[in-house]
Every structure is written in structure tokens, then in C-alpha cells.
Design a protein around this ligand. Structure first.
Ligand SMILES: [Zn+2]
Length: 241
């Protein structure tokens, strides 16, 4: 005997099947390589990647605290600008600001994208771009985040059309350490975003020896604090030292 819930599940599955069948792409194999293109590592050395990943960590101290509970930091960089030291140009940064703003979706990546839009379109700022020009500019930019993006942020990165996406700590590590996550990797989101017609290079697991400690202490009172922070007493939260 089928329970009403089971019948509903079957109807839903049938509907999903029909919807897929009517999609223009049908069940064709995923063309992963078209989306997960190779980052430009020939001209951007690992030392430069590490430099900007450290800046993503440092954004926490600049915008919040060296060791906030939600220690998710992002920097957005223009590697096509090789003036100055040749490392690329910082356009903006952002950190998880849910509790400071009351905006539940203000993850580090979303905060940074919002900040960049504001900077790129500021009529008194250095760029003074129109809305459409600002949107086009994202195709030249690289987003560095100290932890792999959740599906919401990974989708936002793909909708933004970034040139590159570079992350440190993996979602797998976050889950192992006790962080609640929607269980869809950013790679999966990228693989499913072929229809956007843009490509964003994907580079993960950068400088994890330095990013992982930012996420290891919150649910493990024996874990050491990130650099610049300490526990006032055993079992207390990490705070700026
Ligand atoms: Zn997110």
C-alpha cells in the first residue's frame, strides 16, 4: 500500500523527469571542462595566490575582528592591472556580516560583491562606471575567499561572471569541523551553470594550512585560536589578543 506521501513523491519524481525531458539540453552529458576552465596560473604564481588568500584572512581584522565566529573573508582582485607591484589590484573586500547588519544572506562573498558594486559605480570614486559597465567589469575580476562558497555564494559568483574563483578551506573540512552547510559543493554549482554562457575558472584548496585554523576553533574547545587571537580561559571563545 502506498502512503499519500509516497504517492506525492512519485508524482514529484515524474514531474522532475518530465521537466528534464523538456529542457533544451535533455540528459546530455555535462561538459564540465567548459565551465571549470583552468586558472591563469602560468602568469599568476602560487605565491601571488597565497598573498591574496592571506588578504582574505586579513579582511576579517580590517572589517570585523581577527577571529570573528563566522570567520569568512573575501577579497576581489583585478589581476589584469599589473601596475605597481604586479600582484594585481585590490578592488574591494567583504566579510560575513550577518549579525552586524541583520541581513541573513550577508556572507563574505555577497558582502564583497555588494561592496565592489558600490565602489565601481561610485560617482565620486575611482571608477565611476555605469551599472552595465560595472557588471561587465566583473569578467576581469578574481574572487578569493578563505573558505569554499556555499551554493548561494557559488551561484552569486557565477551570476556575477567572475574571471576566477579561488578558495581556501573546503566545504568538506567545514562540515567535518561542525559547520552547518547546504550539502552542494561549489564545483557542483559551477558544473550546473553552463547555461549562463560565461566561464569562471575554479581553483580550490589554496593555503589551507593558514585558512583552516579560522574555522577549527568554534566547535572544538581544544583547537588553537587563529593567529592574533587567544582564549581568555579554557573553553571560552577565541578573541583578539
Ligand atoms: Zn555563502
Amino acid at each position: 500500500m502506498l502512503y499519500p506521501l509516497s504517492i506525492l513523491s512519485i508524482l514529484l519524481l515524474a514531474l522532475i523527469h518530465l521537466t528534464n525531458g523538456h529542457s533544451p539540453h535533455g540528459h546530455s552529458p555535462k561538459k564540465v571542462q567548459r565551465v571549470l576552465s583552468t586558472p591563469d596560473n602560468a602568469s599568476i604564481p602560487l605565491s601571488t595566490r597565497a598573498y591574496w588568500m592571506r588578504k582574505a584572512n586579513a579582511a576579517l581584522g580590517e572589517l570585523a575582528s581577527p577571529c570573528p565566529f563566522a570567520a569568512f573573508g573575501t577579497v576581489i582582485v583585478n589581476h589584469t592591472d599589473v601596475s605597481g607591484d604586479g600582484l594585481g589590484k585590490l578592488i574591494c573586500m567583504g566579510v560575513n556580516s550577518r549579525t552586524t547588519t541583520g541581513n541573513p544572506i550577508s556572507h563574505g562573498e555577497i558582502a564583497a560583491i555588494n561592496n565592489c558594486t558600490q565602489i565601481l559605480t561610485d560617482v565620486n570614486g575611482p571608477y565611476k562606471l555605469s551599472g552595465s559597465s560595472a557588471i561587465a567589469a566583473f569578467a576581469s575580476l578574481s574572487l578569493y575567499t578563505n573558505a569554499e562558497s556555499c551554493p548561494m555564494c557559488a551561484s552569486a559568483i557565477r551570476w556575477s561572471g567572475f574571471k576566477e574563483y579561488i578558495f581556501g578551506t573546503t566545504i568538506e573540512t567545514l562540515v567535518d569541523q561542525g559547520w552547518g552547510q547546504i550539502d552542494i559543493s561549489s564545483k557542483e554549482v559551477f558544473e550546473e551553470s553552463l547555461g549562463l554562457g560565461t566561464a569562471t575558472s575554479y581553483l580550490g584548496g589554496i593555503l589551507t594550512n593558514e585558512t583552516d585554523p579560522y574555522f577549527a576553533w568554534q566547535f572544538d574547545t581544544d583547537s588553537p585560536c587563529p593567529v592574533g587571537c587567544e582564549r581568555a580561559s579554557a573553553g571560552s571563545s577565541c578573541a583578539a589578543s
